[in-house]
Design a protein. Structure first.
Length: 116
């Protein structure tokens, strides 16, 4: 199973390297469209290889998706925490009630009662 995982990682790495080598040419990345840039008297632009733009957009998309999903699942996490607190409270109550039930009895008889 470990070798299959390593083979998948190696295949993915070769694919990423192939994409990077195929897209090495420089592209101009503008933050504002040229029509709008006249309003601001500046044109923020950068020259970078295309594969960096591709990989960067994939990373940004993954991060946005992870944050979006984390925010969306807030209700499920809160409900799970409430249920865990309730379970701990009930376990403490059961332990307390078992102690009250066997209070004043002989220890051996209490153990025999719990076993049955």
């Amino acid at each position: 199973m470990r070798y299959i995982r390593y083979a998948c990682i190696a295949t993915f790495a070769v694919a990423l390297i192939a994409v990077a080598l195929a897209n090495r040419e420089l592209v101009s990345l503008r933050l504002v469209p040229t029509e709008v840039s006249g309003w601001f008297a500046m044109t923020p632009a950068m020259e970078m290889p295309l594969f960096i733009v591709i990989f960067g957009s994939i990373v940004v998309g993954l991060l946005v998706g992870f944050v979006w999903e984390w925010i969306r699942e807030h209700n499920q996490r809160a409900e799970a925490a409430r249920q865990a607190r309730e379970m701990r409270r009930l376990q403490r109550e059961v332990a307390r009630l078992k102690g009250e039930k066997h209070e004043g009895k002989d220890e051996v008889l209490a153990l025999l009662d719990e076993a049955s």
